[in-house]
Design a protein around this ligand. Structure first.
Ligand code: FES
Length: 159
């Protein structure tokens, strides 16, 4: 017969278990650039229910990032960094347009994928620019487009 391991020699009681393990930051930190965050961003994370995206933008916080989700009047769902590339006003207060979202301050307009549709960024190139709405503010590289998918009634972020 096997010997009892020492910690099973008496009934378990959380009252006597006062030692708190140290936080393992490699696992618990999920912001951009952290090992845990980079790992979790390889998987689709559920962030909203599709029917929650209505006529008002929604500010969400996922994996340590603040983002704004919306659905424009054409039905396209968008996920952008919250601050307008022009002067940094929150797109949480943006106006839903037929195609994209319009900043409430000077009116720059961004498509659901973050492409500027109006404003200086679009005017300089003469066509839609593949720059994320918040890239200039957050220092996010241009190729770090926010990925979002809808499946059934769920909206996912990551991938
Ligand atoms: S701050 Fe958004 S358009 Fe000026």
């Amino acid at each position: 017969m096997a010997d009892k391991v020492p910690f099973l020699s008496k009934p378990y009681s959380a009252y006597h278990q006062r030692d708190m393990p140290r936080e393992d930051e490699e696992l618990t930190r999920v912001g951009p650039g952290t090992p845990g965050g980079e790992y979790l961003r390889r998987f689709w994370q559920p962030i909203l229910l599709s029917h929650e995206l209505k006529d008002l933008p929604r500010r969400i916080r996922i994996l340590g990032e603040d983002l704004v989700a919306f659905r424009d009047k054409s039905g396209a769902a968008g996920l952008l960094e919250p601050y307008c590339a022009h002067r940094g006003v929150s797109l949480e207060f943006g106006l839903i347009a037929d195609k994209g979202i319009r900043c409430c301050y000077h009116g720059w307009k961004f498509a659901a994928d973050g492409t500027p549709l109006t404003g200086q960024a679009a005017a300089v190139s003469g066509e839609a620019v593949d720059v994320h709405a918040g890239a200039a503010i957050e220092g996010r590289p241009d190729d770090a487009i926010l990925h979002m998918r809808e499946l059934g009634d769920n909206v996912f972020y990551g991938g």
